[in-house]
Design a protein around this ligand. Structure first.
Ligand code: ADP
Length: 403
């Protein structure tokens, strides 16, 4: 069973990311990305990791997800770019699924009943779940008999107590529409917190951890004894911290106010909150933190302000997590920004020395590896833990298939 080779699929509306992992060594044998599925100029970028890396970008007519997955399977068995000789070497497929609502509290083997359940969740995740389901159905069609496992971004947060997930809206909306906080990035928060406990050499059950997943989408999670007790994202991934293009938490009254002032309909307002706000909205420069940091350095005040807002909000969330858990043992930085930007890590924890938090400048200059970057005297361990959602999904898939 350790010789399992698992294909991990992450299906977006017009893209599909994949990794093919040998579970014996946990090595990535091949990985890639299909872009512009269903659009003009679609292509696959595929990398084979065998005796060095070998990448190829192929322009293909990826008319839908089924065609894209067929292309991926053909590449995996291709004489030149492939890493297996036969499709039967694919032991199982792990699918990233964004929203499992209250129905899916952990990873699950996918059967027709589960697909029905996922379809029921579409109503509360209209943007994310349909492409996930399309990917699963395409894989089931192309790989009949191969076990498929669903791993949910929301599952890890199902341990949150009601006082952290209830919104103060009429209770009937919770009953009728399941309106509550769900939280996202769960696979990442779980993975990095388990790695951090190992790095600290302590059982996770004894630790109070704040996990800061800072990427294009960002969320902070309070993890007490290995369980999520609160997180910044909510009913959707729009709540919480200001992100690349998402506004994060704002006064809800602003939604109707701006709709009225600008004469916007629901779709236009949704686009503004999700696509035109955040770092991009304030800075007017870009949604990419590297561009915005460069602009701030060159004297662009709005760029600097957007970065200040971001760091301030993450710092405030660390304080909230401390209050929620009655202390902090470890702070984790992960994802694109958390792993790569020493400047932002340093700014975020500025002034938190009163809580026993302190970062060592030399250690903080490290990138892309698991490291404790705290000062020797700090009471709280601050760590960089690169996330690996694909590996976490593959491990979950192996665990479920083994059962
Ligand atoms: P996603 O949420 O799409 O998985 P990532 O975790 O890859 O995103 O994070 C992407 C973000 O990380 C981008 O905004 C990018 O600007 C930022 N990023 C990557 N490297 C750096 C860096 N050296 N400094 C600051 N930000 C960085």
């Amino acid at each position: 069973m350790d010789g399992m080779k698992i294909l991990v699929i992450n299906c977006g509306s017009s893209s599909l990311k994949y990794q093919f992992i040998d579970m014996k060594t946990e090595e990535v044998l091949a990985k890639g990305l299909c872009e512009r599925i269903g659009l003009e100029n679609s292509f696959v970028k595929h990398t084979k990791h065998f005796n060095g890396d070998d990448s190829v970008t192929l322009n293909k007519n990826l008319s839908d997800h089924k065609v894209a997955i067929k292309e991926v399977l053909d590449l995996l068995i291709d004489a030149k770019y492939g890493v297996i000789s036969n499709m039967s070497e694919i032991s199982a497929v792990g699918h990233r699924i964004v929203h499992g609502a209250e129905r899916f509290k952990s990873s699950t083997l996918i059967d027709d009943k589960v697909i029905e359940g996922l379809k029921d969740c579409i109503e509360i995740a209209p943007l994310h779940n349909p492409p996930n389901i399309t990917g699963i159905e395409a894989c089931m069609h192309l790989m009949p008999g191969v076990p498929m496992v669903g791993v949910f971004d929301t599952a890890f947060h199902q341990t949150m107590p009601a006082h952290s997930y209830m919104y103060a809206l009429p209770y009937e909306y919770y009953e009728k529409y399941k309106v509550r906080k769900y939280g996202f990035h769960g696979t990442s928060h779980k993975y990095v917190s388990e790695r951090a406990a190992i790095l600290a050499g302590k059982p996770i059950e004894s630790l109070k951890i704040v996990s800061c997943h800072l990427g294009n989408g960002s969320s902070v999670c309070a993890i007490d004894g290995g369980k999520s007790v609160d997180t910044s994202m909510g009913f959707t991934p729009l709540e919480g911290i200001i992100m690349g293009t998402r506004c994060g938490s704002i006064d809800p009254a602003l939604v109707t106010y701006i709709m009225q002032k600008e004469g916007l309909d629901i779709k236009a307002m949704n686009d503004i909150l999700n696509k035109n706000s955040g770092i991009l909205g304030i800075s007017g420069v870009s949604s990419d933190f590297r561009d915005v940091l460069d602009a701030a350095e060159a004297g662009n005040e709005r760029a600097a302000q957007s970065i200040d807002v971001f760091c301030y909000q993450v710092r405030k969330l660390i304080g909230q997590c401390a209050a929620v858990m009655g202390g902090i043992d470890i702070i984790i930085f992960t994802a694109g920004i958390g792993e790569n930007s020493g400047t932002l890590r340093k700014t975020i924890v500025e002034g938190l020395d009163f809580m026993g938090i302190g970062i060592d400048d030399t250690k903080n200059s490290v990138r892309g590896e698991e490291i404790d970057i705290s000062t020797d005297s700090a009471k709280v361990r601050t760590m960089i833990i690169p996330t690996n959602e694909e590996l976490a999904i593959a491990r979950e898939t192996k665990r479920i298939v083994r059962k």
